[in-house]
Design a binder for this molecule. Structure first.
Ligand SMILES: NC(=O)c1ccc[n+]([C@@H]2O[C@H](COP(=O)([O-])OP(=O)(O)OC[C@H]3O[C@@H](n4cnc5c(N)ncnc54)[C@H](O)[C@@H]3O)[C@@H](O)[C@H]2O)c1
Length: 322
């Protein structure tokens, strides 16, 4: 798909981060956008930003509340889209919504684990199932599924449990790669891409925590403080002498630095993704850190989960994630 003008795009998780920037850049190119999120407020802000520059005549931006882990809510989103965008087809489907957290079978609850897995994997699977009929009706279509570097490297460092997110992101990658053949055989006018971002400066750390805890508070609750202490212990940091306020401060600083000190911004990431779609690439690595990790994991897969591998990679790309 060489240009997006006059097309219809669906974006899940359009409220903040990469979803918001995808919406802004698509709208700037004259593409109609229908987005969903669990936050009406965040989507209203995305819409406001999209409308800040003059829109082409008749272009539509619609917002829809839907939890991507619940198929019925995506189906309701699809029905609202058909009515509000006055179309029976879409050309672009960005399955972007995702959260982190819930990574341990031991220190997290089963609900937390499955919340992350069901959003990151279920959201992509249900998204494709729900919107495929609308893509089938377009003359050309493209499905863009957001995985992660955690779709080929199941870790964020040897001190942190990361099983829910990594298994979901591996599933997204495997599904999308297999989908290429299924589409080629059965719907050759539709292409698909798997997106694997490295560290991108977004609020995913604080957003994920809020979704996992079911609270809008910026402060950790008691259970989160305990889990944060475990996490720091796993990194070799003794928290015995630290007060709960110290732990709160460390968590707040981690969310801030994840957003503000990333090597790639959300806007840069969205541009890389859209350029990748235009170039017809099925495999879209986002950021220099993602490219470097891809090379390292392929070169030494047996080493990929050792402290030395992580340390040397971190030193090379300058990650400050811990
Ligand atoms: N930021 C990174 O470093 C990074 C790296 C690799 C992959 N990713 C992936 O990129 C995607 C976008 O993440 P981001 O960094 O822009 O995060 P973000 O938190 O800024 O944006 C994600 C959006 O999805 C929404 N969302 C969360 N759960 C939802 C649900 N159940 N239903 C509908 N919407 C929901 C959130 O409200 C938020 O608006 C995610 O799939 C994430 O896993 C991010």
């Amino acid at each position: 798909m060489r240009d997006f003008a006059g097309k219809f795009a669906v974006i899940t998780g359009g409220g903040t981060g990469m979803g918001r920037e995808l919406a802004r850049q698509l709208v700037a190119e004259g593409c109609n956008v229908a987005m969903c999120d669990i936050s009406a407020e965040a989507m209203a802000e995305t819409k406001r930003l999209c409308e800040a520059s003059k829109l082409p005549q008749g272009l539509r931006i619609t917002t829809h509340i839907a939890d991507v882990a619940i198929e019925g809510q995506l189906q309701r989103f699809r029905d609202e889209l058909i009515e509000q965008q006055a179309t029976d087809k879409i050309h672009l489907l960005f399955n972007n919504a995702g959260i982190g957290g819930g990574g341990s079978l031991f220190t997290n609850s089963r609900e937390q684990w499955e919340r992350t897995f069901n959003i990151c994997w279920g959201g992509v699977y249900f998204g494709v199932r729900t919107f495929l009929p609308l893509l089938m009706k377009a003359d050309e279509g493209h499905i863009i599924n957001t995985s992660s570097i955690n779709g080929f490297w199941a870790s964020v460092g040897p001190g942190v449990s990361h099983t829910a997110y990594a298994s979901a992101k591996f599933a997204v990658k495997g599904f999308t790669e297999a989908l290429m053949t299924d589409l080629r055989l059965n719907a050759p006018h539709i292409k698909c891409s798997v997106v694997m971002p490295g560290h991108i400066g977004t609020s995913i750390v604080s957003n994920s925590r809020k979704i996992q805890s079911g609270s809008e508070s910026e402060r950790l609750n008691e259970v989160e403080i305990r889990v944060s202490r475990e996490r720091l212990k796993g990194m070799g940091i003794d928290t015995a002498a630290m007060s709960d306020e110290d732990i709160q401060a460390i968590a707040a600083d981690r969310a801030r630095s994840f957003r503000d000190e990333a090597p790639t911004t959300a806007a840069e990431a969205a541009k890389i993704i859209l350029d990748g779609v235009k170039a017809g690439r099925w495999r879209i690595l986002v950021g220099d850190d993602a490219h470097k990790l891809d090379v390292r994991v392929r070169k030494a897969p047996e080493e990929a989960y050792t402290q030395e591998f992580y340390q040397s990679y971190r030193d090379e790309v300058g990650w400050k994630l811990a």
